[in-house]
Design a protein around this ligand. Structure first.
Ligand SMILES: NC(=O)c1ccc[n+]([C@@H]2O[C@H](COP(=O)([O-])OP(=O)(O)OC[C@H]3O[C@@H](n4cnc5c(N)ncnc54)[C@H](O)[C@@H]3O)[C@@H](O)[C@H]2O)c1
Length: 258
């Protein structure tokens, strides 16, 4: 088989959570362009509908679907809906995130809200969809982590800006690395691969001073754009990575090695 054919997702079904967000849009685009019947799952839906509509008009098979990652019933309903419509799930990209905390001293309630979706919800997504894939004899789960799951915050980046790096984010992104390894170990014998991608910061028109500081911290001198994650996602979702599981693919322009 030609190596390029191993990257194709033709005939497969993919679910991307947070499919209308900053990174989510390009993740949906990537798996759809690779040939998957794609479900862009989201909470509030306007952005997911917009992403799905745009890609459908370009000829790709994309459907928006609502769910709440803070509810086990809703996660089960998402799986049931996709299986009803497509027969199965071959690829899950856990990309959704909620960011209730602002700083170290944010209300405890915000930490709990974060964990409900970003920790418990992530575990349930991985368990329910992973078990479904295991029953079918295979699949690929790609978790979207962050460099902030790997390193300490650099608060100098945010000096004078009034926003920054909240603790819950570092906590659940760090946990995601270990959940990925645990799930890879549990589901590997049933043919399900589980990997994590740790991206760096996405350029979203942040203050010039922040962007300048951030760019200097990378080896390539820039933040991520609307295509930078696509290749990594398709690689891990497809048979191109058939011997890769439990891995952390860092996509950060060298931020974490500097
Ligand atoms: N933006 C960055 O600079 C950056 C950097 C590194 C990693 N990441 C990671 O990339 C992923 C996407 O981040 P983003 O910045 O594009 O996110 P975003 O805030 O733009 O989008 C978040 C998405 O999550 C969904 N969501 C929120 N709460 C939900 C719930 N309860 N149930 C279901 N869906 C829910 C929303 O519908 C939305 O589509 C995240 O995992 C994030 O940690 C982002």
């Amino acid at each position: 088989m030609n190596v390029l054919d191993t990257f194709k997702l033709d005939g497969k079904t993919a679910v991307v959570t947070g499919g209308g967000g900053l990174y989510g849009r390009q993740v949906v685009e990537a798996v759809a362009e690779a040939g998957a019947k794609t479900f862009a799952a989201g909470f509030t839906m306007q952005k997911e509908e917009k992403t799905a509509e745009k890609l459908r008009s370009a000829g790709w098979d994309v459907t928006a679907v609502q769910y709440d990652q803070g509810s086990e019933e809703s996660i089960q309903a998402l799986l049931d809906t996709v299986v009803k419509q497509a027969g199965r799930v071959d690829v899950l990209v856990n990309n959704a995130v909620v960011r209730p905390m602002k700083s170290w001293d944010s209300p405890t309630e915000d930490f709990i809200k974060s964990m409900k979706v970003n920790a418990t919800g992530l575990y349930l997504m991985t368990r329910l969809f992973g078990n479904h894939m295991a029953e079918r004899g295979g699949g690929s789960i790609v978790n979207i982590g962050s460099i902030h799951g790997m390193i300490a915050p650099d608060f100098t980046l945010y000096e004078g800006l009034g926003w920054g790096a909240p603790p819950d984010y570092f906590f659940h992104k760090g946990g995601m690395l270990q959940l990925t390894r645990y799930a890879a170990s549990t589901l590997g014998p049933m043919g399900v691969r589980v990997n994590v991608i740790s991206p760096g910061g996405f350029f979203n028109h942040q203050e010039d001073i922040f962007v300048q500081r951030y760019n200097k911290r990378t080896l390539l001198g820039r933040m991520a754009d609307e295509t930078d994650l696509k290749g990594a996602v398709v690689f891990l979702a497809s048979d191109a990575s058939s011997y890769v599981t439990g891995a952390n693919l860092v996509v950060d322009a060298g931020y974490t090695v500097k």
